[in-house]
Write a protein that binds this ligand. Sequence first.
Ligand code: PNS
Length: 160
Amino acid sequence: MKTSIAIYPGSFDPVTNGHLDLIERGEKMFDLLIVGVLQNAEKTPLFSVKERVEMLREVTKQWSDVEIDVFGGLLVDYARKRGAGVILRGIRAVSDYEYELQMALMNRKLEPRLETVFMLPGVSYSFLSSKLVREIAQLGAPLNGLVPPIVEERLRAKIS
Ligand code: PNS
């Protein structure tokens, strides 16, 4: 049964099949799943926020309870603004745990009413990250099964 609003925050540079797997699982659990793309002035991303949002909208258009949005500043402030009670994050392997634990506990300190929920992506995505996808694309290796076709097209166009 779905009971609440959750935010799935991240950089999504670009969205991978691992992210999509988590979105699909989250969409089943919550009334509304807001995929929050971080506008981060410090990082130099491959794709602009506009491009990342376009790709996310395209690959999630089949789910009416999934919304793509952009946020800046503190995640807890954004969650309050959107009336969300849950932060959804994926944990692929033990190596993710330390960073995720740190963020979840800091977010709890900043806003105790906000719960972080961790979900596991399918095992076939446990090695997948946007960083590796960017690297593989730059080195010309095939991306089938790692990202949706439209993301692969955009990656090839960006890199060529
Ligand atoms: O996909 P990423 O890059 O690992 O996502 C990291 C993200 C966006 C979840 C994290 O950097 C974040 O929440 N940034 C917003 C600023 C913030 O609230 N920082 C304090 C986190 S404890």
